[in-house]
Every structure is written in structure tokens, then in C-alpha cells.
Design a protein around this ligand. Structure first.
Ligand SMILES: [Zn+2]
Length: 71
């Protein structure tokens, strides 16, 4: 049996061989990134830097090149 850890976002068990570990899914990974970005940048600037948003999107695409995204 594969060892699991709780997803930091939704607390679902995540297998350690999951490519998204420690998150259960790419969605939770993005939620975490969004929290980090908005929490960090809200303090100094009310508007998110568009370059940062682009970086986040690119990082997400690169880490999940074969997955389709649906909201
Ligand atoms: Zn999760």
C-alpha cells in the first residue's frame, strides 16, 4: 500500500507517488499558488502584477503539459 499525506488544501489523502504531491491535484496546487500570490502581493500592491500571473500560468502549463484544464 502506498503511503499518503493529507493535501494541504482539501485534506484528501495524497499518495506519495502522485505527480502533484503534496497536493492531490493540479487544481489544489493552483489554489495554493493563488493564495500565496494574493496574500503576498496584496500588501504592497492592490493589483496583481500581470507578469507574475503569466509566470504562474506558464509554470502550471509546464508542470502539466498533457492535462486538460476545466473549471
Ligand atoms: Zn487537494
Amino acid at each position: 500500500m502506498t503511503k499518503t499525506i493529507p493535501c494541504p488544501i482539501c485534506k484528501k489523502p495524497v499518495a506519495l507517488d502522485n505527480p502533484e504531491v503534496p497536493f492531490c491535484s493540479a487544481r489544489c496546487r493552483t489554489i495554493d499558488l493563488g493564495k500565496w500570490a494574493s496574500g503576498d502581493y496584496k500588501i504592497s500592491s492592490p493589483i496583481l502584477d500581470p507578469d507574475l500571473l503569466e509566470d504562474l500560468e506558464h509554470a502550471e502549463q509546464q508542470s502539466n503539459p498533457t492535462k486538460e484544464w476545466k473549471n
